[in-house]
Design a protein around this ligand. Structure first.
Ligand SMILES: CC(C)(COP(=O)(O)OP(=O)(O)OC[C@H]1O[C@@H](n2cnc3c(N)ncnc32)[C@H](O)[C@@H]1OP(=O)(O)O)[C@@H](O)C(=O)NCCC(=O)NCCS
Length: 165
């Protein structure tokens, strides 16, 4: 089925919550990435992407947050596709579209927490050990990043926190 990818709008919020509940289940708020988001990361609706079905229902989301880790950087997530729409390339398409939007801002890079098996083909790599820390436990093999311009990650290090302004 054909899907449309579009920037997130405030009115997508309740449908996004429903997709996140269906995709992640009850553990979704226990993730360390949630600690980043609740500590003042700034949600960038214009860079986040939702996937709409032919009937206009939200079936996937890739959110982008503005954070700081030694330098301004974007934080990707949650990424989720409704279980009924998974394995059709939508998750990868959502990430690619969000990255294109982030790159167009002239930003430094994007950090994501997830499996390298999914994110590496999209241009992410595992961040060097000890370079980035998160406000909670995380498997270092799941701390991924991607530069948006040459050298964009050179100054990115330390705790992922709320942007200075
Ligand atoms: C992870 C998720 C977003 C992937 O969405 P999707 O639309 O099913 O993924 P795609 O069809 O775009 O898959 C792209 C590729 O990644 C692979 N892939 C998909 N899910 C994967 C996973 N959990 N782990 C490893 N690889 C995965 C696919 O096999 C595919 O590989 P291929 O191109 O070689 O066939 C979706 O499964 C989901 O919502 N899962 C529950 C929530 C979650 O775990 N989010 C990710 C947090 S990091």
């Amino acid at each position: 089925m054909a899907h449309t990818l579009t920037a997130e709008k405030p009115e997508h919020g309740p449908a996004i919550e429903a997709v996140l509940d269906r995709a992640f289940g009850p553990g979704r708020f226990a993730k360390t990435s949630e600690r980043v988001r609740e500590r003042g990361a700034v949600l960038e609706l214009s860079l986040s992407r939702v996937a709409l079905s032919a009937t206009g229902d939200v079936v996937g989301v890739c959110r982008i947050w503005r954070v700081e880790a030694g330098a301004p950087v974007f934080f990707l997530g949650p990424l989720a596709v409704d279980p009924a729409a998974q394995n059709a390339g939508l998750g990868a398409d959502l990430v690619r579209a969000a990255i294109v939007a982030c790159r167009a801002t002239g930003g430094n890079g994007v950090i994501a927490v997830g499996t390298a098996r999914f994110f590496e083909p999209l241009g992410f790599s595992v961040a060097p050990a000890q370079r980035i820390s998160l406000p909670g436990p995380v498997d270092p093999a799941r701390v991924l990043w991607m530069e948006l311009r040459p050298g964009g990650l050179d100054a990115v290090q330390g705790l992922v926190r709320a942007p200075a302004r």
